[in-house]
Structures are given as C-alpha cells and as structure tokens.
Design a protein around this ligand. Structure first.
Ligand code: HPA
Length: 253
C-alpha cells in the first residue's frame, strides 16, 4: 500500500475518502499524528502529516523513526514524501516541482538509524542512490500524464532548521552541488531504506533560497505562503494519478 507523508502546506488531502484514523504506538515512540486511512481514486492509502495535523512539530523534532515504523506496521510498502524546499538552482524557481535523485545531509543530532547500540551487529547499508528509482519513475510518469511540469532529478540539501539558511550557507551548498534546500529529507530517506520501504520525494519549491532571486534581501513567511496553495493543488492532482499507477510489482525496494 502507498503511504503519503505530507509536509508544510499539505496536512490533508482534499479528495481522500477517509475511512478511519488510528493512533499508532511504536517501539520508537509516537508518530507525528494519527495515521489517516482512506481511499484516493479508489485505492487505499495511508496519509500522515509530518509536522502534525496542526503543523506544530519543527523539522528537527519530527519522530522520523516512529512515522516510518508506524506506516510499515500498517502494510505500507511504498512512500511518497512531500517536501517544501527553497530553490538554489536557477532552473528551480518558486512554483516549480522536482523529483530529487540525490541528497546531501547537513543535519545534526537527529537519530538516523533504527539500530539500537549493542543489540545487533553494526551494518552499513548502501545509500549510493538514496531514492527508490521505480517510485521516482512512477511520480514522473504520473506528472507527465497530467501535463504537470516536474523536473527529473536534483540534489536535495537537508539543513537542520528550523531557521532558514544564510546567503553564505546557500553559496556553500551550491558549491557542494545542491539544487534545492529543505529541512526534512533526512534522516527520513535513510530510515526508509533501513526498513526496506520504497521511498521517493516530491520537492515543491516555495521560495528562492536565501540570497537568491526574490530572496535577495530576505525570505518572508508570507512569500512562502503565497504560492503554497496553488502548488499543493498541483501536488494533489499528481498524487491522485500516482496512486492509480504505482503498482507494487514495479517497486524493487
Ligand atoms: N530553506 C530550507 N527549507 C525550506 C526552504 C528554504 O529556503 N523553503 C522551504 N523549506
């Protein structure tokens, strides 16, 4: 079953016929909120708002382990994660959408593994390709079927937050090869890998990154909010198409 993790601006799905909600408990604590079970275009899915349904949990305090564990426990095997990001690459202006294919992790102090020290032999999983390619392809196919412009590939720099970056930090990220910057891509993507969930993200560009374009003199919350509604409208259209065509047999991970 498909799980959808909604980020900023997507705390609910308009066309989701909700069947029930369930509070989940996991060995890692409580997820960001109750799991929302429902049907989207006739397909069963589970939705979870990453920052809580009232958008009160900051990126560094999200219990990424509990969120993913709870979804997996309820038969989710594929996850599409919605992430609002700032555009670093000029090819990603505010209002664009992107399916990243790489990650640079600048976060610190977040728990990045399900392994509990001393319990099992330490393993080092391959993370060369951080996203499930089959899932990425499905998202891009859904976008193309709906005539939605979505860029294929890009490096997602994950910053610690909750503050936005300085202009110099963005310059450094660009030199490192980053195309976009957000706060929630990690450890989510790696934790999904650890428990064998097929995982990919849709980056929704809500602002030019600090010091760039319209953000040359600063980024204001109102700038971010402005385009959000329209963008999330497009994300919903994309997700509806995705649930219909993302068949599990096409997902190797
Ligand atoms: N930086 C980090 N995270 C973000 C941004 C940004 O500019 N925009 C939306 N999420």
């Amino acid at each position: 079953m498909l799980g959808i993790i909604g980020g900023t601006g997507l705390t609910k799905l308009a066309n989701l016929e909700i069947t029930h909600r369930q509070v989940a408990r996991t060995p890692y604590g409580e997820p960001s909120g109750a799991l929302t079970f429902g049907r989207l275009c006739g397909e069963e899915i589970i939705f979870l708002a990453r920052h809580g349904y009232g958008h009160t949990i900051p990126p560094h305090e999200v219990n990424y382990r509990a969120n993913l564990w709870a979804l997996k426990e309820h038969a989710v095997d594929r996850i599409v994660s919605i992430a609002t990001v700032g555009g670093i690459n000029p090819a990603l202006p505010a209002g664009s959408m992107v399916v990243p294919d790489q990650i640079i992790d600048y976060t610190w102090g977040r728990i990045g593994t399900f392994a509990i020290s001393g319990e099992k032999q330490v393993t080092h999983l391959d993370f060369t390709e951080p996203y499930c390619e089959a899932m990425r392809r499905d998202i891009l196919r859904a976008a193309s079927l709906k005539n939605l412009a979505v860029r294929d590939g890009g490096v997602y720099a994950v910053s610690q937050g909750p503050r936005l970056e300085t202009a110099a930090e963005i310059n450094r990220m660009e030199r490192d090869g980053a195309d976009m910057v957000g706060m929630t891509g990690m450890p989510e993507a790696y934790l999904a890998r650890e428990i064998e969930l097929c995982y990919a993200a849709i980056g929704v560009v809500v602002n030019d990154a600090a010091g760039r374009g319209a953000s040359k003199n600063g980024i204001h919350e109102t700038d971010i909010q402005r385009g959000l509604e329209d963008l999330m409208g497009r994300v919903r259209v994309l997700l509806e198409e995705l649930v219909v065509l993302a068949h599990p047999e096409s997902c190797p991970k």
